[in-house]
Design a protein. Structure first.
Length: 138
């Protein structure tokens, strides 16, 4: 499997504690195994939906422990039933909660496809970068 796609029902978390339904489309590609693309389907025009490229390991670690700093944070909430994604950009910030079980199931499949630590074996690299990583001198 080269690409994994899933949609999860989620909730946008308002600053006042309110929740609004949102769908999060998750896409993972074996050709770039470190990342999960998350599209937050919340606009009338899908072309305007926010898209974030998130670190797979950060998402995995955030299921059980608060992780992240700066623009992206992930942490378990609701007695680990859900995961909160906190995203910040120059355009604003948002918090979204989704099922921890659904996220864990999605990520588990990605780790079955490309185990942690084996990402470099799957990612395409040009010859010069491979030589650099192998310490070759020209």
């Amino acid at each position: 499997m080269n690409t994994l796609v899933a949609e999860a029902r989620a909730a946008h978390l308002g600053p006042d504690g309110s929740e609004s339904p949102v769908t999060v489309r998750l896409v993972w590609r074996a050709s770039y195994p470190w990342a999960v693309e998350a599209t937050f389907r919340c606009r009338v025009d899908p072309a305007e939906d926010p898209v974030w490229l998130l670190c797979r390991e950060l998402l995995w670690d955030g299921i059980d422990n608060p992780v992240g700093a700066g623009d992206v944070g992930v942490r378990p909430i609701d007695d680990c039933q859900r995961v909160e994604l906190f995203l910040s950009s120059p355009d604003g910030c948002a918090a979204t909660a989704l099922s921890a079980a659904a996220l864990a199931a999605f990520l588990a499949i990605t780790y079955q496809q490309v185990p942690a630590g084996e990402e470099l074996l799957w990612a395409p690299m040009d010859d010069e970068l491979i030589e650099l990583l192998n310490g070759s001198d020209r």
